[in-house]
Design a binder for this molecule. Structure first.
Ligand code: GTP
Ligand code: MG
Length: 181
């Protein structure tokens, strides 16, 4: 049996906790407190991490770690990324410019000693205001194809599994390349 540590990153409200809960079918451990941060209009926010796991039909296990979105917790990102097999960077389509949202998380991943497979997930497309949604669509249209990007509603477990599928194939690719070297 293989175990994969997957880290979920993204701004406050991007849907990290929701994704971890959806994958763990509601059995995830979360550390939510009432939000006092004016950076996001949301009732609760994660202050330590989310954790959820799922056993795949083939016998492998995915362990998911959701990071807290508040900038003051950015010291936790490298700690959680240590030993990870892959990462999911969530972009909130209803927030600021997507490329800028992704930048700090991709920089943290690039700063790791070994290359880490990454998938970006765009959330809240259904709920985004028209200007934000248009900016996101434009960003998707200009995508250079360097990283896979999937539009995902993290409330829907089937869509979350699709994101995991894409990430797992990235991880497989990296393993094959490493074997070839
Ligand atoms: N309509 C809609 N709501 C979404 C979507 N993704 C997430 N949400 C909702 O957005 C809210 C915030 O999601 P969270 O999972 O708490 O966000 P988070 O990234 O964990 O936020 P922090 O812990 O504060 O960093 C929740 O009420 C979700 O149900 C989406 O694609 N569409
Ligand atoms: Mg959270």
């Amino acid at each position: 049996m293989r175990e994969y540590k997957i880290v979920v990153l993204g701004e406050m409200g991007a849907g990290k906790s929701t994704l971890v809960q959806a994958l763990a079918q509601g059995r995830a451990v979360s550390t939510e407190v009432r939000n006092t941060d004016p950076a996001a209009d949301k009732a609760f926010t994660t202050v330590a991490l989310d954790y959820g796991d799922i056993d795949l039909p083939g016998g492998d296990r995915l362990r998911l770690y959701g990071t807290p979105g508040q900038a003051r917790f950015d010291f936790l990102w490298p700690i959680l990324l240590d030993g990870a097999s892959g990462a999911i960077v969530l972009i909130n389509a209803d927030a600021g410019p997507p490329a800028q949202q992704a930048l700090p998380y991709l920089a943290a991943i690039e700063g790791l000693p070994t290359a880490l497979p990454v998938v970006m997930g765009v959330t809240r497309m259904d709920a985004a205001r028209s200007a934000q949604r248009a900016a996101c669509e434009q960003w998707l249209a200009c995508d250079d194809g360097m990283l896979p990007i999937v539009i995902v509603d993290p409330r829907d477990p089937m869509q979350v599994l699709t994101v995991m599928d894409v990430l797992m194939s990235q991880i497989e690719c990296q393993t094959l390349v490493a074997c070839d070297e």
